[in-house]
Write a new protein. Sequence first.
Length: 394
Amino acid sequence: MTETSAASAVQVGVADTSHSVENVIVTVAAAEPDLPPDVPPTSEQSDAVSRTEAVATPVEVTSSPAESIRSTPVPQASPPRGPHVSAGKKGREPIVLGSRSLAQWVRLMVAIVVGVIVAAAIIVLAARGVTTLPGVPEFLQRYPGSYALPDSVEPGFPAWARWAHYLNFFFMVLIVRTGLIVRYQRKPPAFYTPKRGGKKVSIYLWLHTGLDLLWLLNGLVFVVLLFATGAWPRIVPTSWAVFPNALSALLQYLTLQWPVENGWVNYNSLQQLMYFAVVFIAAPLAAITGIRMSSWWPKNSPRLDRIYPAPLARAIHFPTMLFFVLFVIIHVFLVFATGALQNLNHMFAGTDEISWTGFWIFAAGLAVVVAVWLLVRPLVLAPIANVFGRVSNR
């Protein structure tokens, strides 16, 4: 008999012995009468207990080291314990939006709102304190916030100006949305290739570039008509008095005592400088930096690349977008804070009256912007992009 067979036989014998011991213990326990605690057991009972102990004595079995290792029971991994594991009930998963949970976003938004309110209160109190300093009241009286325009400038907003204003807002909102998608998206859902060949790009980059072209075309038409109709002094400064008047208007805004103005006839100097910066500085910056980062930039031009490197364009393009976003937020806030119905009638209804007409036109235009914002998806974009090129998954 081999060593393995002998070890197996010994194990079987030990197992049979353990079963026999259990049977004997059960039998003796069943046969043992109930005795008072002070009564000693009889001799027959003592003999039965002695025989049981003799049988229950463990038998020492010697086996080989290999068999000992194989016969050693493997410890089972205990279930994880901790505050996240509940007995019989699975914890509810938090709602995650991006890199934060919904609760974290709510706390962040509350902190931002509280911070903005506190900062605004401090600024208003500080500005009102400035107006009490010596010489400041005289400065505000001398420079009320605006200066007179040439007599050739007609009041009001013609239809071309109102349409250009709305289309500018429409394209800017979508340009910001697609620009953020292009900046932060790792794997595009679809790609676009021009019909005549060329570089394959993300379908969102194709849309972003197309919107840029339409936005620039709208701006070009606006500038041409602005000078052709003689309305350019409305947003182009014609006097050095624009700067002290702009400072005066800013101080009046900060004190929440709005400067006296009539946008139907003339912007205040701060508005004039901001509109000039948007049309003639920020828009061209966005255009030339966007072209540098696009596929339209000449390839294999080391001299041009050294003169105008791509990192410089990226460093300017994104802050320019943030400037546009901040400008739109402040502009809309002031429109509603300084007489919403009349201001909306100026730009959407083409009248100086106070009524709800301009508001409802504005609301309809805003609904169109929101609807297009939600429709900016590959399923909707693919049929349109296929008209101008070819759309593929990779």
